[in-house]
Write a protein that binds this ligand. Structure first.
Ligand code: DDH
Length: 278
C-alpha cells in the first residue's frame, strides 16, 4: 500500500520497531536525488550530533536544537530541512518519540536499509524547549580544510584518527549539491548503497582539481564524474589517516565494524542516559 498508510499506523509508546518501519517506508523516492532520502537522513543524524564538545558537554544530539534558529540556518546545515520535513509524518504517527531520538534513529535505519552494518542505538534523548542551548556556529568540519582541522574538530568530540577515517566513510553515500554546500557531485557510483567503495575510489583514482566556477574540489581523471572534497583528500595525504584508508579499502568487514562503533558513539555524545546499575 502507499507509504502514508504505513506511516500513519498508530503505535504504543516505546514501540521503536514501529518507528523504524515508518522511517524505512519513507526512504525510496525515484524523484529525489539518486532515488533515496537515506543519505540526507544520515547527514541530519551526523550534524545533529557533531556539535558536541567533550570538555564542557555542550552540543550533541540531545535537545534536537536544529529545530531552532540560528542552528537551522547555519551554512553547514543547508539542505537538512528536507530531512527534518520528511520525518514530520513519522513524528505525527509516533508523537511519543522525541525529535532527538527520531533524527538519530532515522540515520541508523537509513544506514541499515542501504546495506550497512547494524548500528547500536538506544533511546533517551529529550527535546529542548527552545534554542537557548545552541552552541556557537563553526563546530562542524569545514570541507576546505585539512588534517589538522579534522583532528581539532573530531578530537573536540573525543574521536581519534581511526574514528575520523571510519566516520568519513559515510561519504560513500549521497552527493554534494551546489544549492546546499556549493560543491557538486557524488563520491561513488553507488551513492545509495552503504559500502567501502568510498575508500576504494579515494585510493584507486587520480584526483585533479576540477575546472569550474565553484569552490575548490577534485575530480577523478578516469570518469570525471566522481568528486572529493579537500577534506576527503586529507585522508590520503596524511600518513596516519592513509593507513586506515588502505585497510578499509581492502577490508569492508573491518570498516563496517569500526563505523558501527564510531557512528553509535557519535549519536550518543552528551546524551544523559540513566546510569547503568551494577
Ligand atoms: Fe559529510 N558532507 N562531511 N559526512 N556527508 C556532505 C555530504 C554528506 C563534510 C562535508 C560534507 C561526514 C564528514 C564530513 C555525509 C555524512 C558525513 C557535503 C555535501 C559536504 C560539503 C552537502 C550537500 O551539498 O548536500 C566534511 C568536511 C566532513 C569531514 O571533514 C570529515 C561524516 C563524519 C558523516 C557521517 O555521517 C558520519 C552524508 C551522508 C552526505 C550526503 C548527504 C546527501 O544529501 O546526499
Amino acid at each position: 500500500g502507499p507509504p502514508a498508510l504505513v506511516t500513519s499506523k498508530p503505535s504504543t509508546p516505546g514501540d521503536y520497531a514501529a518507528v523504524r518501519q515508518s522511517i524505512a517506508a519513507l526512504l525510496d523516492d525515484g524523484d529525489y536525488d539518486d532515488g533515496s532520502y537515506g543519505p540526507v537522513l544520515v547527514r541530519l543524524a551526523w550534524h545533529a550530533s557533531g556539535t558536541y564538545a567533550k570538555k564542557d558537554g555542550s552540543g550533541g544530539s540531545n535537545g534536537a536544537t536544529m529545530r531552532f534558529a540560528p542552528e537551522c540556518e547555519w551554512g553547514a546545515n543547508a539542505g537538512l530541512a528536507v530531512a527534518r520535513k520528511l520525518l514530520e509524518p513519522v513524528k505525527a504517527a509516533h508523537p511519543w518519540i522525541s525529535y532527538a531520538d527520531l533524527w538519530t534513529l532515522a540515520g541508523v535505519v537509513a544506514i541499515e536499509e542501504m546495506g550497512g552494518p547494524t548500528i547500536p542505538w538506544r533511546a533517551g534523548r529529550s527535546d529542548a524547549p527552545d534554542g537557548s542551548k545552541i552552541v556557537p556556529d563553526g563546530r562542524l568540519p569545514d570541507a576546505k580544510q585539512g588534517a589538522k582541522h579534522l583532528r581539532e574538530v573530531f578530537g573536540r568530540m573525543g574521536f581519534d584518527d581511526k574514528d575520523i577515517v571510519a566516520l568519513s566513510g559515510a561519504h560513500t553515500l549521497g552527493r554534494c549539491h551546489t544549492d546546499r554546500s556549493g560543491f557538486s557531485g557524488p563520491w561513488t557510483n553507488a551513492p545509495t548503497t552503504f559500502s567501502n567503495l568510498y575508500f576504494q575510489e579515494l585510493l584507486n583514482n587520480k584526483w585533479v582539481v576540477k575546472k569550474w566556477d565553484g569552490p575548490l574540489q577534485y575530480e577523478d581523471t578516469k570518469s570525471q564524474s566522481l568528486m572529493m572534497l579537500p577534506s576527503d583528500l586529507a585522508l590520503l595525504s596524511d600518513r596516519s589517516f592513509k593507513k586506515y584508508v588502505t585497510q578499509y579499502a581492502k577490508d569492508e568487514e573491518a570498516f563496517f565494524k569500526d563505523f558501527a562503533v564510531a557512528f553509535s558513539k557519535l549519536l550518543e555524545l552528551g546524551v544523559p542516559f540513566p546510569a547503568k546499575s551494577a
